[in-house]
Ligand binder design. Structure first.
Ligand code: MLT
Length: 383
């Protein structure tokens, strides 16, 4: 069967490729320490599982969900955004429930660009920005995120011609893969450019709540004027260790949120209502879990950062997210990761997988226990 052209044009999906490589070794009996995909090893809070169990017995909960997200969930999102992120979004129209942020990002691109339209996107960057653009027939312009600009975009380096053709600017803060957080100036400048050139700014904020409550990264929706031109994607996957539940939202400009909703009405039927109910309660009551989780990631981060530095890798310091972005002393990132996986049975993600400006770097995910991370470091040091 010949695949459709849009599928033929898609590069392999990074994490599916890595899964195949890990599976092959596991099938041969290898004990793989997986620091590649950002899939939390910790359990969801027990209380959240109880909320879900309770919700399962609610009358009518197993019927089709609401397309836009149930009122309880959208209200909880609106409260969460104002309480935690200083952002005011109307639960009716400015918030849309999603089956995870990844789904929403792809559908958002499908809903807003035409063939040949330009999408400006970070490199290194989360692969779905480019995959979605290919699926929608658009073109991408990748801007580099490097230590020279503290992993902030150098907007002035993007040619005016690109801005003129741009329909979407993707930002992703706290950033995957680098864990850098945005400065206020980055968001302000993006909003100003979007007004000038008439494009949509998107901040993918999937990691914004994996951070200390005393030092929460900035949401673009907290910046004045953002709602004129911007939307933000959020996810509970990492906040509550529920990647498999598939639940997130986008919020911000009503017209843009509405377009994503319209697209989704034709392709899916919304997130399971029991999950929405459980998460709505969780968002109102589980602050302690978030504080504890962040402490654990910080301990893991400190341990691995120290050891990687001793091994000669330069590491970006950050208090947000759960990725460690390390610069290799030399060589290609794919060679480094293949060697590490095959010889030490430690899985990490090659920087090149996030785009050409990721070459020379490797990403370690802090989603294994401190003991397993310690063992991974020992294996690496031996290698
Ligand atoms: C990652 O490892 O970059 C993420 O877990 C992938 C995802 O969130 O889809």
């Amino acid at each position: 069967m010949k695949p459709a052209k849009r599928l033929q044009n898609l590069p392999p999906y990074l994490f599916a490729e890595l899964d195949r490589a890990k599976k092959k070794l596991r099938d041969e009996g290898a004990d793989i320490i997986d620091l590649s995909i950002g899939d939390p090893d910790m359990e969801p809070p027990a209380q959240l599982k109880q909320y879900l169990a309770d919700a399962l017995n609610t009358p009518e909960i197993h019927r089709y969900p609401s397309y836009a997200g149930c009122p309880e969930f959208r209200k909880a999102v609106s409260d969460w955004m104002s309480k935690r992120h200083d952002a005011n979004v109307d639960p009716d129209g400015e918030v849309l429930g999603l089956i995870g942020a990844k789904e929403g990002i792809v559908h958002f691109v499908m809903a807003t660009i035409n063939e040949g339209d330009m999408v400006v996107t970070p490199s290194p960057g989360y692969p779905p920005y480019i995959h979605a653009t290919i699926l929608a027939g658009g073109k991408t312009h990748e801007f580099p995120l490097t230590p020279d600009t503290d992993f902030q975009p150098d907007f002035d380096a993007v040619p005016a011609d690109v801005w003129k053709k741009a329909k979407i600017l993707f930002l992703n803060y706290p950033n995957n893969p680098t864990s850098a957080t945005a400065t206020r100036e980055t968001f302000e400048k993006a909003i100003e450019l979007a007004r000038k050139y008439d494009f949509i700014v998107v901040n993918d904020a999937a990691y914004i709540d994996v951070a200390s409550p005393d030092d929460l990264p900035l949401s673009i929706l907290a910046v004045p004027g953002a709602k004129d031109v911007a939307i933000e994607f959020h996810s509970l996957s990492k906040t509550f260790n529920i990647c498999g539940w598939r639940i997130g939202w986008c919020a911000g400009n009503k017209d843009i949120v509405g377009l994503v909703g319209r697209f989704k009405e034709s392709v899916d039927s919304g997130a399971f209502t029991a999950i929405q109910h459980a998460c709505a309660k969780g968002m109102a009551t589980l602050e302690d879990h978030i504080v504890g989780m962040q402490g654990i990631y910080m301990t893991r981060r400190e341990a691995i950062t120290k050891q990687l530095s001793l091994m000669g890798l330069q590491v970006l310091r950050s208090n947000a997210g759960f990725y460690v972005w390390a610069k290799l002393p030399s060589g290609k990132s794919t060679d480094f990761c293949t060697n590490l996986l095959e010889k030490a049975h430690v899985a990490a993600t090659p920087g090149l997988g996030f785009g050409k400006h990721g070459e020379g770097y490797v990403r370690f995910s802090l989603t294994a226990s401190t003991e397993r991370i310690g063992e991974a470091i020992e294996r690496m040091a031996k290698l």
